[in-house]
Design a protein around this ligand. Sequence first.
Ligand SMILES: C[S@@+](CC[C@H](N)C(=O)[O-])C[C@H]1O[C@@H](n2cnc3c(N)ncnc32)[C@H](O)[C@@H]1O
Length: 207
Amino acid sequence: MEDSVEVILQDKRSWVSHRSQDRPVITAASGALLMGCYGLWSVFALPGFRRVPVPYLPSSGVQTQNIMRLLRGRAGRLVDLGSGDGRLVLTASSLGFQCTGYEINSILVSYARVKARLMGIPTTRARFVNEDLWKVTNLSGYNNVTVFLAPGVMEVLAKKLEKELGDDTRVIACRYPFPDWPVAETEGRGLDQAWAYDMTSVCKPST
Ligand SMILES: C[S@@+](CC[C@H](N)C(=O)[O-])C[C@H]1O[C@@H](n2cnc3c(N)ncnc32)[C@H](O)[C@@H]1O
């Protein structure tokens, strides 16, 4: 009985080792695919995880339209905090805003700069800065702010913006609203919803 069990086990072992030897190409291809996925993830998503969990996810066309609707009638300087591939900055600059995008991922910053150049938009109208938004200490020069980040950062971002923004500023949040601010206007539904907040109505910390 023990002998027959041993024979069966040996057969199984040799079958397993033959199977992996038979398919070296498949094994290598699976390994390469996994490495590729990890590489892509680390290039595009990981930089956003350094401080806060905010991966790269571009605004949809509908979301972009909703944001631009909430900016109707406004002008001046606009900042997109976490500007990704630059789509919000480039759309807003084509509407006359003087825009800056802060983005932690240097590859996305380079991509956005090339796109701006190809679209013929000068850096005076659309500027992309490779910087951690939490290290930008003074946003008071911007009277329009757009953010599409993550739910877990909205409360702490609200505290930062309350300290730094002037009363004439409108802040647009995409997909994830600020938990405690009074909403001035909203556009869209579901994943494409955007909310506008006017800093005049937001309670600021006493200085
Ligand atoms: C959800 S995407 C939005 C991209 C773009 N605003 C759009 O609407 O298409 C968030 C972006 O914020 C960037 N990001 C995350 N943390 C950041 C940080 N601390 N400083 C600057 N950018 C950051 C990510 O790399 C990512 O590109």
